[in-house]
Design a protein around this ligand. Structure first.
Ligand code: SIN
Length: 315
């Protein structure tokens, strides 16, 4: 962000900044619009299907670290171009089914690259082509249930319903910083189990048994407060509520503490909700934000394709 600020010009208090960069071999101006929310920024003036020069990638990374979510509108990308855009920020990560070594939905096009997750309610020959259908997806971090969850997700909106299906985001730095002192003291130095049994849509993955005792569930153990490797800031790291368990506590105590944490962290004051248009690309920082998806009318089609950036072990 410092680099961005050095180059940036604030225009008459308008939450808009310009920064000059090279793009596709040509000098170009990045038009940066702050979203009126505790996270999120819209970037205009970039065609993501084209290679982006190193200075621009560095500027994007800086503002992404500060605002957590980048929104690019009006993009037209193939899977390969989406992967190429993602790789400019680092190595890609596999989608969740590949990470969990479990089968894909029956209608997924077989030529889909393993790094692409399809989020869709569309059926081909009566078989779903992607995950999550048209229902609500609860607040979560993508693939929190592996030892090294992805650093970022990049979601491309290809077909969107006329209403519904909005995606909400939470700033987990702010959730930690604004936490009541007694709650923060109660989680300082503690870790939680991140159980892969339930999808964010609330469905049990059939490979995992339903257990009544969350302390016995599968999944890696991650610290509740993690330090972001890029920004150096501390963020609350909850993953997802279903199956979560704070290690070392009696289950009832863990449940009560988690309920308090979730109630605090999911307050509107930490959030921004994005209404999708076809052609939107949203890149979120999976280490310091959480997201959820509204349900929508299943008579309409919603098709999104997501890539993931490889992450680092939460510490
Ligand atoms: C996701 O949880 O990654 C999908 C969010 C969405 O479909 O908006």
């Amino acid at each position: 962000m410092d680099r961005l600020r050095r180059n940036a010009r604030r225009i008459n208090g308008d939450p808009k900044m310009n920064t000059d960069t090279m793009h596709g071999g040509k000098q170009s101006t990045l038009d940066i619009r702050l979203i009126n929310a505790p996270l999120g920024v819209e970037i205009r003036g970039l065609d993501l299907s084209q290679p982006i020069d190193r200075d621009t990638v560095a500027a994007l990374r800086d503002i992404w670290h500060e605002r957590l979510i980048l929104l690019f509108r009006g993009q037209s990308l193939s899977d390969e171009q989406q992967l190429a855009f993602t790789r400019q920020f680092g190595p890609t990560e596999l989608g969740p089914n590949n990470l969990l070594k479990r089968p894909h939905v029956a209608g997924r096009p077989p030529d889909t690259p393993p790094e692409i997750a399809i989020i869709s309610n569309i059926q081909a020959d009566g078989k779903p082509i992607g995950e999550l259908g048209d229902g609500e997806a609860a607040w979560h971090t993508d693939s929190n249930f592996v030892e090294v969850p992805p650093a970022a997700s990049i979601l491309r909106g290809i077909e969107v319903p006329p209403s519904g299906g909005d995606t909400g985001f939470l700033n987990m730095y702010l959730a930690l910083e604004a936490m009541p002192a007694d709650l923060r003291a109660a989680i300082e130095g503690k870790s939680a189990k991140h159980d892969p049994t339930f999808s964010s849509g609330g469905e049990r993955r059939p490979e995992y048994a339903h257990l009544n005792d969350v302390s016995q569930g599968p999944g890696p153990i991650h610290p509740l407060i993690r330090t972001h490797a890029g920004s150096g800031r501390k963020a609350l790291f909850l993953g997802r509520r279903a199956g979560s368990y704070i290690t070392g506590l009696p289950v009832a105590e863990s449940e009560a503490l988690l309920d308090r944490l979730w109630e605090h962290a999911t307050q509107q004051v930490f959030s921004w909700h994005h209404q999708w248009r076809a052609g939107d690309v949203v890149m979120w920082d999976n280490r310091c934000s959480m997201h959820r998806r509204d349900s929508f009318d299943g008579r309409y089609r919603r098709l999104m394709r997501r890539t993931q950036l490889s992450g680092d072990r939460p510490v």
